[in-house]
Design a protein around this ligand. Structure first.
Ligand SMILES: Nc1nc2c(ncn2[C@@H]2O[C@H](COP(=O)(O)OP(=O)(O)OP(=O)(O)O)[C@@H](O)[C@H]2O)c(=O)[nH]1
Ligand SMILES: [K+]
Ligand SMILES: [Mg+2]
Length: 406
């Protein structure tokens, strides 16, 4: 035990987990094996100190547009065809595998938003361990707001390939269509371990949590569990570097499958079908992507004028949030510092317009008129460029307004 390469040790532990029957007597052992596995996988992914880290030839494509979608899939499932059909960029399409060797960006414009779509080389089993260009591809997937996992519905291997790819992404710290566990974990300097539950959690016990913490050599920490979670998910909380990404499974080439198969696919969650040959379900795919990205378009308006409906601010729930504050930040930081209130029209308010504070959550197609505090001679209209934005900070203003107590 303990010897061999990281990969060999991972294999060994996976085998042992497979061999160990799950029962009361073995839960501690299984928990500690799981935690060990998590640690080893992290070691595998983190380049050794001093090593180049497999970098250098990563696909650094700069982020542009309002959201980023990555096309992930085995070779020749039709990723480049999709990029070429749905964006104005043409990516080379061919019947042989590994046609695409690098990351090719395109832009999909929908409802006034620009979505960056990235075509990528095909990945295969073992990608997470550096097979092919797997690691670079997965690094791009991590940077995306959404993954389109493209599968070949005509191959008869789509389900197997899907499981393999899910495993590769999982091993690299991606969590598809999951939300971060609702657990607070705080390390401390002293005081030992304290675990409390505010919800029933049949999948994990206090002892499991203590065992995992012990494995991570954590001896002082507060843990508050607010929902049920597994030991693996608790390891995710400790590792704290997981990427929670939406994933839509796109079964392409349905021109080569039966109606029954199409029906089977469509009845599964997070799945849609496509045929680029017969141009089938293009609108369905774009609608799904739009639904998953949950982009919030916010139109700004100046006092006494109609809103500007041509150029929305686009907010994303995952990346920067969808509050009035996020909208202000996209325009200028001073709008947050000097924010007085914002008039909001639209679905996020009961009465239109409604005065809202910075923490108010906006909905798609809301209209906002941001009002800043009147400070000295500066005007309240942030969109009027002829009047300089107030330079005093909120604290300064508060101080100035506070009557002196004695
Ligand atoms: N029957 C059928 N074939 C398709 C469809 N979409 C793409 N193809 C074909 O599938 C083959 C592979 O397409 P590509 O777009 O190059 O696939 P890829 O996933 O980008 O492949 P790599 O870059 O090699 O990973 C090409 O011969 C395409 O013409 C489809 O909807 N139906
Ligand atoms: K190909
Ligand atoms: Mg390609």
């Amino acid at each position: 035990m303990g010897g061999g390469t990281i990969l060999e040790r991972i294999k060994e532990i996976e085998l042992e987990i497979g061999r160990t029957q799950k029962n009361k007597a073995t839960t501690t052992h299984l928990g500690s094996l799981r935690a060990k596995l998590c640690k080893l996988r992290r070691e595998l992914l983190e380049p050794a100190p001093g090593a180049s880290g497999g970098g250098g030839d990563g696909f650094e494509v700069s982020r542009s547009g309002d959201a980023r979608v990555a096309l992930i899939g085995f070779p020749s499932v039709g990723k480049s065809t999709i990029l070429s059909e749905f964006t104005t960029t043409k990516s080379e399409v061919a019947s042989y595998e590994f046609t695409t060797l690098t990351c090719i960006p395109g832009v999909l414009t929908h409802r006034g938003c620009k979505v960056q779509v990235l075509d990528l080389p095909g990945i295969i089993e073992g990608a997470s361990q550096g097979k092919g260009r797997g690691r670079q591809v997965i690094a791009v997937a991590k940077s995306a707001d959404m993954v389109l996992m493209v599968l070949d519905a005509s191959s008869g291997k789509s389900e197997e390939q899907r499981r393999l790819l899910e495993h590769e992404l999982e091993v690299c710290g991606l969590r598809l269509n999951k939300t971060p566990p609702n657990v607070t974990y705080k390390r401390k300097a002293t005081g030992g371990i304290s675990v409390s539950f505010t919800a029933k959690a049949p999948s994990i016990t206090e002892k499991d949590i203590c065992d995992v913490l012990h494995e991570y050599r954590v001896h002082n920490a507060d843990v508050l569990v607010r929902e049920d979670l597994t030991v693996d998910e608790f390891c995710d909380v400790i590792e704290a570097n997981r990427h929670y990404v939406k994933c839509l499974y796109v079964y392409n080439k349905i021109d080569h499958t039966s109606i029954e198969e199409v029906e089977r696919i469509c009845s599964q969650p997070h799945c849609t079908v496509l045929s680029t040959y017969m141009k089938l379900n293009y609108d369905g795919l774009v609608d799904k992507v739009w639904e998953y990205l949950q982009l919030v378009r916010v139109y700004t308006k100046k006092r006494g004028q109609p809103p500007d409906l041509t150029d929305p601010l686009v907010l994303t729930a995952g990346r920067h949030g969808t509050t009035v504050e996020s909208a202000c930040l996209q325009l200028h930081k001073s709008l947050v510092d000097n924010h007085d209130y914002t008039f909001v029209w639209g679905a996020s308010v009961k009465h239109s317009p409604q005065r809202c504070g910075l923490s108010h959550s906006l909905c798609d197609e809301d209209v906002v008129q941001i009002m800043v505090r009147k400070v000295a001679s500066a005007a309240a209209d942030p969109f009027n460029k002829s009047t300089a934005a107030p330079t005093q900070s909120r604290q300064q203003i508060k101080k100035a307004k506070k009557p002196l107590k004695s």
